[in-house]
Design a protein around this ligand. Structure first.
Ligand SMILES: Cc1cc2nc3c(=O)[nH]c(=O)nc-3n(C[C@H](O)[C@H](O)[C@H](O)COP(=O)(O)OP(=O)(O)OC[C@H]3O[C@@H](n4cnc5c(N)ncnc54)[C@H](O)[C@@H]3O)c2cc1C
Length: 436
């Protein structure tokens, strides 16, 4: 079976080459390189664009390396193989009273993928990125064998590999520090807001008081309603049970020929969603899965975008320009009549990311999905890119299928250090596109 990225743009099916044992990884990689010139480690394909696609279209699949190697459950420190998913790690950790220190909006990412994109979550303002909680990892490099990397050993490779897009070597295993929890439920507070000023006021007052904070924005609302959305904060509950997943899941069984997401379905959905939320801050309690991973509840949800797939646009804007630039971005998106059911707005905190190419910066991140169409690349994205560039922001490589090489190199000036440390046998379509 061929593999792809989550958004299926570009359409570039990948041939997977698997390996079940860490001791065989070097040989497996060498075989692919010998036959095809280069390869790329592939986690679980939850990146949207082309950063998880090998330029040779021959990837080294990591999912079979999914074992727990060592755990100190008294201290909350685990060492796991890099192909373990976050869901599998949570299934081990939650019953023992531990949780991931940082989690993205899908639990189906692997530990290796989480490191290679230095993922962030709803608690960036408190705990920074995934890389902040890494103690060490082992990295397999062509001709060098397995290297132990930590802030004190191979420190430059450690920093280049966190957010290093799988180019500096194959992460075989990682040692991670977890956070303690008393229950797996999340105590929430939710309120809808009428515009961006209200969002910024809420975020200013409430983010720092809570572990998690996120907002959904109605990206199609215009005029007086522009920037309206729903703001949600959450904290691990102080009492309750330590249940793991297992919530019922729906499945999109097949890919329809055309996208089911269009302006006719989006507008009423977004409006209904907004009206369904309370006008005043309202307390609730949620299972951790719908709180962190609402989209994971529907397996293969990416199929609803049809055969052409979709692109996610995620940018982060620095504090100083975020308010004005966000308004302009939302105006352009609403005018184009395109966009996702819900756009995600997230305040990023000031903790400096440990990776050379980590995406977050202090400011605000906006993320939304668009059904694939030629108009995106021809009209909408160039306009959005210009606004992001002018605001001093940047796009997220994990979600990207269109960023220009010039924009990437300007926004990520450390790319040359990563290129210098790149394992020459590893190359992605993304890296080829933005650096060559
Ligand atoms: C619904 C959804 C919500 C998301 N929410 C967020 C979010 O909130 N925050 C966020 O930051 N991201 C988010 N993402 C993006 C996702 O977390 C990242 O793209 C993540 O890296 C995917 O992990 P993966 O295991 O699927 O890796 P892949 O997508 O397969 O690969 C990603 C990168 O990791 C590299 N890689 C994988 N395994 C290894 C390894 N063992 N050694 C070296 N390199 C490796 C690959 O080469 C590639 O460059 C979301 C994605 C989805 C689908």
């Amino acid at each position: 079976m061929s593999l792809n990225s989550w958004g299926r743009v570009p359409h570039a099916p990948q041939q997977g080459h698997g390996c079940g044992w860490r001791s065989e990884l070097a040989k497996a990689a060498a075989r692919v390189v010998k036959g095809h010139g280069s390869t790329l480690p592939y986690g679980n394909g939850r990146s949207y664009g082309d950063s998880c696609l090998a330029s040779s279209d021959q990837v080294l699949t990591m999912r079979r390396l999914d074992r727990l190697i060592e755990a100190d459950w008294a201290a909350g420190v685990v060492e796991v193989e890099a192909g373990m998913t976050l869901a599998e790690l949570l299934a081990l950790a939650i019953p023992r009273g531990w949780f991931l220190p940082v989690t993205p909006g899908t639990q189906f990412a692997t530990v290796g993928g989480a490191i290679a994109n230095d993922v962030h979550g709803k608690n960036h303002h408190r705990r920074g990125t995934f890389g902040h909680h890494l103690i060490s990892f082992s990295l397999l490099r062509h001709g060098e064998g397995s290297l132990h990397c930590s802030p004190d050993e191979q420190a430059e490779l450690f920093a280049a590999t966190i957010g290093g897009l799988g180019l500096t070597g194959i992460i075989c295993a990682a040692r991670i520090r977890l956070i303690p929890i008393r229950a797996s439920q999340i105590d929430t507070q939710t309120v809808r807001f009428g515009g961006l000023d209200e969002f910024f006021a809420l975020s200013e007052t409430l983010d720092s008081q809570h572990e998690y904070a996120v907002a959904w924005v109605d990206c199609l609302a215009r005029g007086a309603q522009r920037g309206r959305g729903v703001y949600i904060v959450g904290d691990h509950a102080a009492y309750g049970s330590l249940d793991t997943g297992g919530q019922p899941r729906l499945r999109v069984p097949l890919t329809p020929p055309v996208s089911l997401v269009n302006r006719y379905s989006l507008k009423p959905f977004n409006s209904l969603y907004w009206h369904a939320h309370p006008k005043v801050l309202t307390q609730g309690r949620s299972h951790y899965e719908p709180f962190f991973y609402p989209l994971d509840q529907i397996l293969h949800w990416n199929r609803i975008y049809g055969r052409r797939g979709f692109q996610q646009y995620q940018c982060v804007l620095p504090e100083r320009s975020a308010r004005a630039a966000l308004g302009q971005l939302l105006e352009q998106i609403a005018a184009a009549g395109e966009g996702s059911f819900l756009a995600v707005l997230k305040r990023c905190g000031h903790l400096r990311s440990p990776g050379l190419l980590s995406f977050p910066m202090a400011g605000v991140s906006l993320a939304l999905d668009f059904p694939q169409s030629p108009a995106l690349g021809e009209r909408l994205f160039p306009r959005l890119d210009a606004l992001v560039r002018e605001a001093g922001g940047r796009l997220y490589p994990a979600k990207d299928a269109h960023m220009s090489g010039a924009d990437f190199r300007h926004a990520y000036p450390a790319w040359e250090r990563v290129e210098a440390l790149r394992d020459p046998t590893l190359m992605s379509r993304f890296w080829n596109r933005v650096t060559q």
